[in-house]
Design a protein around this ligand. Structure first.
Ligand SMILES: *Cc1c(COP(=O)(O)O)cnc(C)c1O
Length: 249
């Protein structure tokens, strides 16, 4: 009797990712059903930070089209590796971004979720004008916990660099950028619903002046149901899809 061949590590990982993907998709479907929404209106962004390019390629083979990263140092080589492997995905930059990384990010990112200051919007606009053909899609990251050091543009007040309205105006006014909507991370250690309700209000207010800014990026592995209930069009899913990360990011 011959033993069946051991599955190659790649096959095992593919099967694991496929099972995780099926679970996440059924959670999104159930959340949409509960909210009376069409699942086609919710894009799942697979957040692959800390995981290798090979996982992105496997996910692309399973039908995942949108991939997120939060650090340029990791994302730039990974995007190059995935492209070299022949997989086509849309890259979403979801992490805090330093202005001196703008020139790198605009070369591979299709959409930047985390623009939270006029100065960053200006740096991206300048870099995109020099290094891209198509406009860069941008979401204004909204701070939901009132802690100005946690990132995100501020809902209240009229800070010339960091108010949501000023940041949105800077993005909308740049030919090389396209204002696509808003993004937020739920406050740490609190129920996500009030934050997501605030985000929905900010999104609705922004659409009065910017009717094409339709995207609402909210929800991660732990709170995607609440995000869908409050109108998220993009959920950013890391650990539920790829596994727990060994580092806290
Ligand atoms: C890591 C990360 C995610 C994914 O978080 P999970 O809890 O692993 O799903 C989503 N959004 C941002 C901004 C992240 O940095």
């Amino acid at each position: 009797m011959t033993e069946p061949p051991l599955p190659a590590p790649d096959d095992e990982r593919r099967a694991q990712l496929a099972a995780n993907l099926a679970r996440v998709r059924s959670r999104i479907d159930a959340a949409c059903a509960a909210a009376g929404r069409d699942p086609a209106g919710v894009t799942m962004v697979a957040v692959t930070k800390t995981y290798p390019a090979a996982d992105v390629t496997l996910l692309a083979g399973l039908g995942v089209r949108d991939v997120g990263e939060n650090r340029d140092q990791e994302a730039a080589p990974k995007a190059a590796e995935v492209a070299a492997a022949g997989a086509r995905v849309r890259w979403h930059f979801v992490g805090q971004l330093q202005r001196n990384k703008a020139r790198s990010v605009v070369r591979y990112a299709d959409l930047v979720h985390s623009v939270d200051s006029v100065r960053l919007a200006d740096a991206l606009a300048d870099a995109a004008a020099r290094h891209r053909e198509a406009p860069l899609e941008v979401l204004v990251q909204v701070n939901l916990d009132g802690a100005a050091d946690r990132g995100g543009a501020l809902v209240a007040g009229d800070d010339p660099d960091r108010s949501v309205d000023r940041v949105a105006a800077a993005v909308a006014g740049a030919d090389s950028l396209r204002l696509a909507g808003v993004m937020a991370v739920a406050p740490l250690g609190a129920e996500p619903e009030p934050g997501f309700a605030t985000l929905a209000e900010v999104a609705a207010r922004l659409r009065v002046e910017h009717p094409a800014a339709l995207a609402v990026s909210a929800g991660m592995s732990g709170d995607l149901e609440a995000a869908v209930a409050y109108g998220a069009t993009h959920v950013r899913i890391g650990s539920a899809l790829l596994g727990m990360r060994s580092t806290l990011r």
